[in-house]
Design a protein around this ligand. Structure first.
Ligand SMILES: Cc1ncc(C[n+]2csc(CCOP(=O)(O)OP(=O)(O)O)c2C)c(N)n1
Ligand SMILES: [Mg+2]
Length: 367
């Protein structure tokens, strides 16, 4: 009857492949198609340039509140790359890079931040949910989709995101518990960007890692350098493969950093030190990936200038399209269900009739 450590079947590991200076662990480096590497870089850069443009538009009063993903581009992009087209992805609003990879047009993403319902509509054939804002609600949706995937038995998986703050919500734990018990094909990704608005990671949980929470739910946990696109791809591929072949869920903690503000409604200078940001700046996923591609001979100066110009043109075109967009106000219920309920149909008809009356030319004065 000894007293001894409990032997647990699940593992918690940490993974990093690409160092901040572009050096790579060649034993762990995935063999990726050079064309894919270039496309991944282009997507990451599009996301960064979009972020910069969106901030300017918001400050000029041309966009609603905006939540930047600066510094976190590799985490969602790596996950999106590791999924197949028919797999599901459930984003928060920080997964811009991943959504761009999945096929969301820049223009649609501007509509989302502009407050238009059309910005919540995934492009045809893209199996992503629209952004859900309530913290950790994504975990429940992802778990439900994973359950659906399992019941249908078609080998599909679901990757779902939440933030470090999200791990303090019941939804996160309930979803993981359910996914563990029912062995669901779920890849639960936590973007640990060290802040939940003004609450630091240290006040979020006393556990050393977020990845280790997996153990309590009977699944493996992997802590990944979330600013390392190669590590994110390798980790997600493993988790996806396991999920697809009946091995159940995985919790991935992507360790990253929110280099910018929470949203444009926030001033981080009020609660965090500039030194902390400076410490993370050299670990920027974009700089790191760029250095890697340069070392591999896949990116040179003329190539970069070309990509820069293409992205600038793409974003300006999207801004024009966004600013020309005119919403039909009666559209506000359009995207809630595949088919409108009779009640919503009636509300929509009532609103349309009201708008017609309101905009009808005034009757000619009676002489
Ligand atoms: C249930 C709920 N409570 C509060 C909010 C307001 N809110 C939006 S984001 C956020 C912090 C989220 O932090 P984290 O989960 O770490 O994600 P991050 O913003 O860092 O990506 C809060 C409190 C919300 N959206 N939903
Ligand atoms: Mg956070």
């Amino acid at each position: 009857m000894p007293r001894e450590p409990v032997k647990l079947p699940n593992r918690v590991e940490t993974l990093s492949i690409l160092a901040a200076d572009g050096r790579v662990d060649t034993d762990l480096e995935p063999a990726l198609d050079p064309a894919d590497l270039r496309r991944l870089y282009r997507t990451m850069l599009t996301c960064r340039r979009f972020d910069e443009r969106a901030l300017t538009l918001q400050r000029q009063g041309r966009l609603g509140t905006y939540g930047p993903s600066k510094g976190q581009e590799a985490a969602s992009l790596g996950v999106a790359y590791a999924l197949e087209k028919d797999d599901w992805l459930v984003p928060t609003f920080r997964e811009t890079a991943g959504l761009l990879w999945r096929g969301w047009p820049v223009h649609t993403w501007l509509l989302y931040w502009g407050g238009f319902e059309a910005g919540n509509v995934p492009p045809d054939g893209v199996r992503d949910l629209p952004v859900s804002v309530p913290i950790a609600s994504q975990c429940q949706y992802g778990m439900g989709l994973a359950w659906g995937c399992k019941l249908r038995g078609a080998g599909r998986v679901c990757a779902t995101f939440c933030g470090d703050g999200g791990t303090s919500e019941g939804d996160f734990h309930e979803a993981l518990n359910f996914a563990g018990v029912f062995n669901l094909p779920l890849v639960m990704v936590v973007q640990n960007n060290h802040w939940a608005i003004s609450v630091p990671r240290s006040r979020q949980t006393a556990s050393q890692t977020i990845a280790q929470k997996a153990i309590a739910y009977g699944m493996d946990g992997l802590q990944v350098d979330g600013n390392d696109i190669l590590a994110m791809i390798v980790a997600t591929r493993e988790a996806v493969e396991k999920a697809r072949t009946g091995g159940g869920p995985t919790l991935i903690e992507a360790v990253t950093y929110r280099l910018s503000m929470h949203t444009t409604a926030d001033d981080p200078k009020k609660y965090r030190k500039d030194d902390e940001v400076k410490e993370w700046e050299p670990r920027d996923p974009l700089l790191r990936f760029r250095a890697y591609l340069q070392k591999k001979g896949l990116l040179d100066e003329p190539g970069e200038r070309e990509i820069d110009a293409e992205i600038a043109a793409e974003i300006e075109q999207a801004v024009r399209q966004y600013e020309q967009y005119r919403q039909d106000p009666a559209e506000f219920v359009q995207y809630m269900y595949a088919e409108l309920t009779p009640e919503l149909q009636a509300q929509q008809a009532e609103l349309r009739a009201y708008l017609e009356r309101k905009h009808a030319p005034a009757p000619a004065p009676v002489s």
